[in-house]
Write a protein that binds this ligand. Sequence first.
Ligand SMILES: CCCC/C=C\CC(=O)SCCNC(=O)CCNC(=O)[C@H](O)C(C)(C)COP(=O)(O)OP(=O)(O)OC[C@H]1O[C@@H](n2cnc3c(N)ncnc32)[C@H](O)[C@@H]1OP(=O)(O)O
Length: 404
Amino acid sequence: MAMAYLAWRLARRSCPSSLQVTSFPVVQLHMNRTAMRASQKDFENSMNQVKLLKKDPGNEVKLKLYALYKQATEGPCNMPKPGVFDLINKAKWDAWNALGSLPKEAARQNYVDLVSSLSPSLESSSQVEPGTDRKSTGFETLVVTSEDGITKIMFNRPKKKNAINTEMYHEIMRALKAASKDDSIITVLTGNGDYYSSGNDLTNFTDIPPGGVEEKAKNNAVLLREFVGCFIDFPKPLIAVVNGPAVGISVTLLGLFDAVYASDRMVFFSLLPLQATFHTPFSHLGQSPEGCSSYTFPKIMSPAKATEMLIFGKKLTAGEACAQGLVTEVFPDSTFQKEVWTRLKAFAKLPPNALRISKEVIRKREREKLHAVNAEECNVLQGRWLSDECTNAVVNFLSRKSKL
Ligand SMILES: CCCC/C=C\CC(=O)SCCNC(=O)CCNC(=O)[C@H](O)C(C)(C)COP(=O)(O)OP(=O)(O)OC[C@H]1O[C@@H](n2cnc3c(N)ncnc32)[C@H](O)[C@@H]1OP(=O)(O)O
């Protein structure tokens, strides 16, 4: 009887199942990417579009455009390396040379993709102007939007590399609680600007309450425990769209996400291109791991690899983090936003109850353990924050930045 009913339902269906429908754009996109190559005409059109850009895309993008243009027209870098004091030509040479033996055709395609990602009609890595708040209300440090079944929580302190200050911890918790109850299917965290997040705002340690440093450490431990607890208990699929480098707690929390998509974005440090990194400099700061990473990282990447990161502060590139299992997939920065959001929109069309129930099945047997780990990590950190090692490290950072 049940089989007959199922056959009847299937026969009546005029369109494919939701799974087929939603997975189509992803397959299509990959087919397009492999089957299509930008023509010379597309390339020339893109060069013209660059001249028409209303807003300066910034040195980082201009260097990338320069490098791709040279690679597409002349092939691999064939110029002698400029001297160290010839800063501008050296930056250009470095950018071109970093493309290695990328074929001309691929460079042309990447150039076209990059220019198209600069078009205002498409989302780019810097997704909103600093400080703008398009759809959300009541958030100072975040932009929260909800559309296509996706609630997007975007860190919005780009000038501070999206460092998480006390207000932002509270706002993230509030946004997560709202997202867990709204009608969205999945929730995404991402960053505005060139960083995903530089982790805990180190000035959080400077406003000392009347009860002194002990009270401050206690308050921070309570806040951190509650904050991490929200990620442990979040009921819907939670996805990180890592648009740039990530530091500290913004890295450790990734072990509690359901998927992590990262850009291979290059950031420029003193005009030198560096690949986006995942960095947990806890020992350097006299601190210890949080975000349940003391439990999740050894499970995800093996105890020894976790030790290198969490104890010795080894920075991983996006590619390395992917190889270690912390990142689910890495995308070229030029097409990152387009590819990831196409995929996420497809995920958000899957049956919502199935997604939540499946997440719960996976999380259920770990939840108690994760809360116990979180409590212990916060307890240990409370002691660390009162140590000379930690105080000196924070003072060093703040005085380096002329804040003391
Ligand atoms: C409730 C407590 C929970 C505690 C839990 C978590 C622990 C952690 O997260 S530990 C990790 C802490 N984070 C760091 O150690 C990163 C510190 N920042 C840096 O090392 C550099 O700023 C960074 C490498 C991220 C970027 O370097 P640059 O590209 O050279 O930029 P600037 O340094 O000039 O940064 C611009 C601007 O942002 C301010 N900034 C950046 N990150 C932080 C931060 N984490 N805390 C406070 N301020 C930060 C920086 O000071 C600059 O500010 P201005 O000088 O006012 O422009």
